[in-house]
Design a protein around this ligand. Sequence first.
Ligand SMILES: Cc1cc2nc3c(=O)[nH]c(=O)nc-3n(C[C@H](O)[C@H](O)[C@H](O)COP(=O)(O)OP(=O)(O)OC[C@H]3O[C@@H](n4cnc5c(N)ncnc54)[C@H](O)[C@@H]3O)c2cc1C
Length: 387
Amino acid sequence: MDTPARVAVVGAGAVGLTTAFDLAERGARVTLFERDTPGGGSTGRAAGICYDAYAEDIDVAVADSAMARFRRLSGEGGFTLHETPYVFLAREGDDAAAAALEESVERMRVHDRAVSLVGADELADRFPIRTDDVLLAGVAENAGWADPAAYVDLFAEKCESAGVEFRVGDAVTLRTDPPGVAVDDVVTARFDAVVVAAGVHSRRLLAEAGHPIALKPYRAQALVAGCDYRGPTVYDATDESYLRPHPAGVLAGDGVEPVEPDPDDWDPTADDWFVADALDAVRHRTAVGDAGESEPPSATDPELDRAWAGLCGATPDRNPLVGAVAEGVYVAAGWHGHGFMWAPAIGERLAEAVLGDGQEAIPDAFDPRRFDGDEEFAVVEGMTLDD
Ligand SMILES: Cc1cc2nc3c(=O)[nH]c(=O)nc-3n(C[C@H](O)[C@H](O)[C@H](O)COP(=O)(O)OP(=O)(O)OC[C@H]3O[C@@H](n4cnc5c(N)ncnc54)[C@H](O)[C@@H]3O)c2cc1C
């Protein structure tokens, strides 16, 4: 009998947990190192929105398998995929956004996505949201949201049952020749492969081991507000903000800052300007009824429940970095705000790449070695119309 491969996974966010489980299920002996708590990184701060409305074929393939897996998982443990259409819209006067929206919907349709282009009236007939400012909207049907904490709990349980060894509280550094990890500078057990799924910390970990990657952190914000909202997930491309239904009312976000934060020293609390803007955006979009001369009334005035910030990772071409950086050393990072919705598909593909013959399961466009790691680039945040 072959000896099972021994694999270390660094980071117990959505990506690391899924990858650890998928590796263990395929027969590997997996140790998962998490310096904080599972889900305590960006995953615990995500909005949990997911959809397959992409225009590029590689994104479509990944999102397709991720959505299918979310659906299969729904109902397991405390995890639920709340199926909710994803509406992305351009406001009156924003012809550039409307043109980009029309073009992306056409490309999504080439890839057989269930997405339609609608005007304000059709949107109003279907959804209880304000539409009198809408020039054009896309409606993607294969979409929803899920609670990232419930996903973390489910995969923590699945990892336990699959025999993954958890090393929670251990911050590791990386060794690459041979692949391995060290805790407090002491090298742990021997591993055949190491997967770095340490979110925005992946850059420092790999750079210190001599393998710089082209990854930049950026700070994004979200809040939960109490109100009566029964509508879809909405991305307003003109305002660059989004909201989705939440058990308390709505979860709304973006508030992306154009300043690069230090992943070890950043502000996890939301900024006042973000809270004010996001509540205004919620008030605006949930306002329905007879507009008459003035602003239509909000469904209910949103009341701030909580607000927070978190870090996302950007790459120069907006594709993630997934695959080998050296013999036996893999990375999975750089999601542009899509790491939660892609985790179910990335875990499987990465597990196959680590235990198989190479990168076939992962699109070439994700190969982390396509960059030297010292590139200068501006951050383009994730939720834009060509997604
Ligand atoms: C406000 C906000 C809203 C978002 N909304 C969405 C959304 O709606 N949909 C979506 O798909 N994505 C969303 N995202 C993005 C999403 O949060 C990330 O893409 C995703 O969580 C990345 O998961 P991960 O497992 O790669 O990283 P993380 O969840 O950050 O996990 C990395 C883990 O590695 C650990 N770690 C780091 N260094 C070490 C070390 N040296 N040793 C051991 N452990 C280490 C960390 O403690 C952390 O737990 C959002 C992000 C933010 C901030």
